[in-house]
Design a protein. Structure first.
Length: 300
C-alpha cells in the first residue's frame, strides 16, 4: 500500500502503526549513500534510521545536529542509531518513544538476510511492514553473482526484495537486469538522480513465506591509531591488499593529510577529509581471509 498522499505530500503515521522499510544490499552496494540522500530530501517526514552494519554510523556531516554515543540527532528532526546485536530491543525502543517517527528505515548489514529482519518487524504489533528495498551494484554485481561462495547469499537479498534498485550504472543495463529477473527480481529499477523518498516508500510488499538462508562466515577487522602513515605508502599498501579482503572503509591519517577510504572489491576510492586519526573496518569471507592476514598486511 502506498503512503503517498493524494496531494503528493507524505502523510504522517499518526497514532497508527509505524511503517518500516528495510534497505538491503551486499557490501558496498551504496546503502549508506542512499540513506544520506533520503535524509537530505524535503519530504517532511520525521524518520528514525536504524543502522546494522559492521562499521560505525556514516551520516553526512551537514545533516548532523548532535552525536551522543550510538545515537545521532539530525538537523531535519530525524534520528539515526545503531542496532547493536539485538534488533528486537531496538524496535522496542522505537515503539516506546513518546515522539514516534513517521517512518522507520532499517539499513541492514551487507551480509544480513533482510528476510530475517522483515520477520522481526512483522512480529511487532506496533509496526507495519512496508517492504524490502535491495540495492545491487552494477559494477561488482555480475562478478559477485558468479562467485559460488557468495551467489546464494546475494541472490537471497535480491529474491526476497519488494523493489530492486540497480546502483552505480549510468545507463540501463539490459543484460544485468535479465540476470536479476532470473533470480526473481521484480522489474529491477535503475537508481538515478530523482528523489528517492517516493521510490522507497511507495512500495507494495509481497507476501513472504520463505525462510532466511544460511550464508558463509565472515572475518571482520578493526584498526584505530593516531600515528600517521606515509602518504606514498598508503597507495602502495592499497595496491598490495589481500585478495580476500572485499570491503574496507573508514579514515586514514597520513603524512600528507587525512583521507576517507572506501574499498569495494577491486575498486578503491580515497578522498581528502578532516579526520584526526586512523579508524578502519574491513571484512571478507572467512574461507578466503583471516583477521591475522588483514592485520599483518596493514601493519607491515
Amino acid at each position: 500500500m502506498s503512503i503517498i498522499g493524494r496531494n503528493g505530500d507524505m502523510p504522517r503515521a499518526g497514532t497508527g502503526r509505524i511503517p518500516v522499510t528495510i534497505i538491503s544490499g551486499y557490501l558496498g552496494a551504496g546503502k549508506t549513500t542512499l540513506i544520506n540522500r533520503l535524509l537530505a530530501e524535503p519530504h517532511g517526514l520525521n524518520l528514525t534510521v536504524i543502522v546494522n552494519d559492521f562499521g560505525a554510523i556514516n551520516i553526512d556531516d551537514h545533516l548532523i545536529q548532535a552525536n551522543n554515543a550510538d545515537s545521532i540527532a539530525l538537523n531535519n528532526g530525524c534520528i539515526c542509531c545503531t542496532m547493536g546485536d539485538d534488533l528486537t530491543e531496538a524496535l522496542f525502543q522505537v515503539l516506546a518513544r513518546a515522539d514516534k517517527p513517521d517512518h522507520l528505515v532499517i539499513e541492514a548489514s551487507g551480509i544480513a538476510d533482510p528476510l530475517a529482519i522483515a520477520n522481526s518487524v512483522i512480529a511487532q504489533g506496533g509496526l507495519r511492514y512496508n517492504g524490502i528495498v535491495t540495492l545491487v551494484d552494477a559494477i561488482n554485481g555480475p562478478e559477485l553473482l558468479s562467485d559460488p561462495l557468495l551467489e546464494a547469499q546475494i541472490a537471497q537479498q535480491i529474491r526476497c526484495a519488494d523493489l530492486v534498485l540497480i546502483n552505480k550504472a549510468q545507463d540501463a543495463t539490459p543484460h544485468f537486469s535479465k540476470q536479476l529477473q532470473k533470480l526473481g527480481a521484480r522489474s529491477p529499477t535503475l537508481l538515478n538522480a530523482a528523489p528517492v523518498a517516493d521510490l522507497l516508500f511507495d512500495v507494495i510488499p509481497l507476501p513472504h513465506g520463505k525462510k532466511p538462508v544460511a550464508h558463509t562466515s565472515y572475518t571482520t577487522w578493526y584498526h584505530q591509531s593516531d600515528a600517521p602513515l606515509d602518504r606514498r605508502r598508503l597507495g602502495e599498501k592499497l595496491a598490495e591488499r589481500p585478495a580476500g579482503l572485499y570491503r574496507m572503509k573508514g579514515f586514514v591519517l597520513t603524512s600528507g593529510g587525512a583521507y576517507s577510504l572506501h574499498v569495494v572489491g577491486r575498486h578503491v576510492e580515497a578522498k581528502r577529509c578532516d579526520a584526526t586519526e586512523t579508524i578502519l573496518v574491513a571484512l571478507g569471507p572467512a574461507d578466503r581471509i583471516s583477521k591475522e592476514q588483514i592485520e599483518n598486511w596493514w601493519t607491515s
